[in-house]
Design a protein around this ligand. Structure first.
Ligand code: DHB
Ligand code: FE
Length: 277
């Protein structure tokens, strides 16, 4: 059976793409952010995943307000990136893992998750940039991928509890996949940020810290908040932190925090990074 090697959770911010393209990693603005990643690279080298299952939210590249699935699972042999209008480079296509995709889809439907299946799917900065941060090599991403998209763009959104439960079902499905593969689960989004409206620029360091402290040992802590409460506490885009709950949900047994980093701000966002296993 396949194994889950652990979970990596990180923020996704379009300007990271420009910073990488322009080699700004050592500039004072960017260094505290990029310095979080070398320990993750070491951990990935040690744990050698073959596949990454990535929980993220699309921001209007593949799904728009006219058709907005709550949960969508990719089932494509490859996933293309495209111009979202942020002025960042388009990354090469990401390899899929169709066998794992269909195993996840069948297992999730069996567990009563009514998902959308996507045999074609464009992937945006929330998928591409975290993978580039984790595997900063030239050329295509070295691991196969399965994107799982959770709506955090248009209300109504799935609850934190539901996203955590989705992650648990995904973890069980990976562990029941007849394959020798090693699978890392990734969650991208958050932490607190609000891009528009009267509270644009809103960041809640106390909440982010408590959330990060709770996640490995007590993931249920954040699942008690409703979506409106999370919007209040973390900003309209801060609710993306449900991706962290989904990724954490995929881990079974005793879970430890292996690495973390937190830095304010990158663009409008409180950027967080964690590795758990
Ligand atoms: C920013 C953050 C996001 O999560 C996003 O999807 C787009 C932009 C930002 O802080 O600029
Ligand atoms: Fe986002």
């Amino acid at each position: 059976m396949a194994i889950v090697t652990g979970a990596v959770t990180t923020s996704h911010i379009p300007s990271i793409g420009s910073a990488i393209m322009k080699n700004r990693q050592d500039e004072p603005y960017w260094k505290p952010f990029f310095d979080g990643f070398p320990p993750v690279h070491d951990w990935l080298r040690e744990t050698k995943p073959d596949v990454a299952v990535v929980f993220y939210n699309d921001h209007g590249l593949n799904f728009f307000l006219d058709k907005m699935p709550t949960f969508a699972v990719g089932a494509a042999p490859e996933y293309r990136n495209a111009d979202e209008g942020w002025g960042i480079p388009t990354l090469p296509p990401f390899r899929g893992d169709v066998d794992l995709s269909w195993h996840l889809i069948e297992s999730l439907v069996e567990r009563n998750f009514d998902i959308t299946t996507c045999q074609e799917m464009l992937v945006d900065h929330a998928f591409t940039l975290p993978l580039k941060l984790l595997w900063p090599t030239e050329g295509p991403c070295p691991v196969r991928t399965v994107p799982i998209c959770i709506n955090t763009v248009q209300h109504p959104m799935p609850s934190a509890r539901r996203c955590y439960d989705l992650g648990r079902a995904v973890g069980d499905a990976i562990r029941s996949w007849e394959s020798g593969a090693r699978v890392v689960v990734i969650g991208t989004g958050g932490l607190s940020h609000q891009l528009d409206g009267a509270r644009a620029g809103f960041i809640n360091k106390d909440f982010d810290r408590r959330f990060m402290e709770s996640l490995a040992a007590d993931p249920e802590w954040a699942t008690h908040y409703s979506i409106p409460e999370l919007v209040e506490l973390t900003g309209t885009q801060g609710v993306e932190l449900v991706m962290w709950l989904a990724a954490r949900g995929a881990l079974a047994g005793n879970v430890n925090r292996i690495h973390s980093n937190y830095h304010i701000p990158i663009s409008n966002t409180a950027s967080g990074l964690m590795v758990m296993a």
